[in-house]
Design a protein around this ligand. Structure first.
Ligand SMILES: CC(C)(COP(=O)(O)OP(=O)(O)OC[C@H]1O[C@@H](n2cnc3c(N)ncnc32)[C@H](O)[C@@H]1OP(=O)(O)O)[C@@H](O)C(=O)NCCC(=O)NCCS
Length: 218
């Protein structure tokens, strides 16, 4: 594997991953120069996916957002990207930002290009990100999720069926204790999806405060 360096941190060329769909992608840490690829991916998202990820109707990332999202120190802020092998197109990003109060906790966010959703990209990204988090002493995660965001509750369910969900109007805060992939388990009483199905209410959420899961220039 050829070596690449980002801000003094060796990011490597990335690892080839075979997705559940049979597609192959490369997963590697995000680099500062991924800004244009990130902008292109977000520009190409459906309005729904963009809203679900950034909690805002903004059609494009601002310069400040790109700066924030690519200013990765690989310690308190880490991000993994998925790249197509042929075109080197950026098709997904998962990131965490360590909690300022708790060194073992971080806020989590993930987004996958619409054409690539439901093929296992987020699973591959979160699996790689979980490994980085473990290396950095982070074991608990929170994520802001709109209550209508069924795919994300499904995703959380696959990683942690005991995730705690605090419902707050149009947004829920998910507290994930265990970011480890558990495929195709039988539904349990505590399943996040079951709780989502029982509680989710129609209507979109309102734009939120800055945070890793939201539009931010912080
Ligand atoms: C949520 C999101 C990241 C999932 O990415 P993805 O690459 O499609 O997810 P995966 O293919 O790895 O799916 C893993 C599991 O999540 C669940 N899931 C994913 N998409 C789902 C959907 N549309 N409906 C129901 N469950 C879904 C399933 O359990 C799936 O496993 P399966 O396909 O074996 O049934 C993607 O839908 C997305 O980018 N949404 C917009 C942004 C967003 O909502 N981000 C999260 C808020 S921070």
């Amino acid at each position: 594997m050829s070596e690449d360096v980002d801000g003094g941190w060796p990011t490597g060329a990335g690892d080839p991953v075979l997705l559940s769909s049979g597609d192959r992608v490369t997963i590697r840490p995000l680099r500062r120069r991924d800004g244009p690829g990130l902008v292109a991916m977000v520009d190409g998202l459906s309005a729904e996916s963009r809203y679900r990820r950034f909690h805002t109707g903004l059609p494009h990332l601002t310069h400040a957002m790109v700066d924030y999202l690519t200013a990765i120190d690989h310690h308190d802020h880490e991000a993994m990207v998925a790249i197509t092998p042929g075109s080197a197109e950026l098709i997904g990003v998962a990131r965490f930002v360590r909690d300022k109060q708790r060194v073992d906790a971080a806020e989590l966010a993930v987004v996958v290009a619409d054409a690539w959703q439901r093929r296992g990209v987020a699973t591959a990204l979160l699996t790689a990100l979980a490994q980085r988090a473990a290396e950095l002493g982070i074991s608990e995660f929170t994520a802001d999720v709109q209550t209508t965001n069924g795919p994300t509750f499904g995703l959380i369910d696959q990683f942690d069926k005991d995730a705690e969900i605090a419902w707050d109007g149009s947004t829920a805060n998910a507290h994930v204790h265990n970011l480890a992939w558990r495929p195709a388990a039988e539904p349990t009483g505590r399943s996040v999806l079951r709780r989502f199905a029982a509680i989710a209410s129609p209507g979109e959420g309102a734009a939120g405060e800055p945070g890793v899961g939201r539009a931010t220039s912080a």
